[in-house]
Design a protein around this ligand. Sequence first.
Ligand SMILES: Nc1ncnc2c1ncn2[C@@H]1O[C@H](COP(=O)(O)OP(=O)(O)OP(=O)(O)O)[C@@H](O)[C@H]1O
Length: 465
Amino acid sequence: VKNLPHISRRAPFYSSVRFLSRVDREYGPLTLASLGSKSKSETTNKKIKNNLEQLDAAIESYTGSGKTLAYLLPILSEVGPLKKKASSGEESVKKMEIEAVIVAPSRELGMQIVREFETLLGPVDKKLVQQLVGGANRSRQEEALKKNKPAIIVGTPGRIAEISASGKLRTHGCRYLVLDEVDQLLSFNFWEDMHRILEHVGRRSGADPRGTKSSLARQGERQTIMVSATVPFSVIRAARSWGQDPLLVQTKRVISLESVLPSGPLNMSGPASSSSSSLNLQSQAAVESLPPALKHYYCVTRLQHKVDTLRKCVHALDAKSVIAFMNHTRQLKDAVFKLEARGMKAEELHGDLGKLARSTTLKKFKSGEVRVMVTNELSARGLDVAECDLVVNLDLPTDSIHYAHRAGRTGRLGRKGNVVTICEEPEVFVVKKLQKQLGVTIHACEFTEGKLLFKEEVRTLDRMR
Ligand SMILES: Nc1ncnc2c1ncn2[C@@H]1O[C@H](COP(=O)(O)OP(=O)(O)OP(=O)(O)O)[C@@H](O)[C@H]1O
């Protein structure tokens, strides 16, 4: 970290990742007890002390708190040029081709992670990382794999599984498997590809029941790290089945999954179920998933006035960089057209666009050339645009988890941010429900005379007139 000046020790999630990281060895290993866990079982503490670097973990911390670096730094400290000489003599073991596989649900997120790696590695070592994202030329990716022999690959489930199935990706000796936005990766769409990845990347650490492992055997093991701002029960269940004594690592505490969850039957034969109990636990997963500095509002309007309300909202809050979410692709174009017609620079971003259009829009948005990016769920996960100061829900998100990920595109890394949900009168009860599930206050507001006014203020104004 001393050699990485742009990395701050004060970032919200930094403190709790120390235990996973050899980079921070100087602090010494942390234990469950020192992290304030309720579970202080002697055995678990001992295990944690002894196996810091080998533990499987689900990392859950609110959006924009720095979860990417939380897994990226420890991995680089083991496989990249930051690697410290191991004192155990295991250096002599043959270097494996691919040592870390990072899976992300969208091409945009995959590329963003690659860029973070490249920034840390610098121009000389950046070939240590290769992206295997969908939408890009597959044979070129395969050639690069052969030529560059990367130590780390970052990709989307479909492309990784595809190249793996063709025999051109050898990951059996892989030591780290990271599932970023794990709850989304467990969704039905990705299940087949994820199944292949989980089967073919390294060997899961739970595979050796005897617990006595030679250094060679240990090399063949895989540490599975699952990451999301929302870790619902489906993930907890999966984590328990994939890993050995997996931990749930949160900003302020570390919990052994085994000790805090009821042991139910494991269902690894299919995708995450959506039974009613899972749904309840899903809404629990949304609590504490949002950065505390975010401000939340909702504004009631008619369907045909939504885009105009969005425009008023952008002006009232003097927002410079806005992400507006809608649920249906075909309506995005219309919203963009209306905003542009009123002189507000806007563009659409969704999966139906070609890869070039997608990256051009994103580039323009990041550079500030586009003020409002109208998009769908594609941009809700992981997208990191520091300047984004306003998120607007032009359509209601499907549930509190979706709300959390959308809202989390603003207010990143301790910055200020506003989230405004523009809805129709009959939808207000959904907003109230979201408010309860998320544990935040969503204030009723209106945009009057270029200002955001709380509903009560509007009433007072009306009475005075
Ligand atoms: N310790 C740090 N010092 C400086 N910058 C940091 C630090 N940790 C994270 N960042 C920066 O903060 C931003 C947010 O981090 P990141 O994208 O990892 O958040 P996240 O927790 O994964 O969010 P999400 O849940 O939305 O994916 C990134 O631009 C990242 O580079």
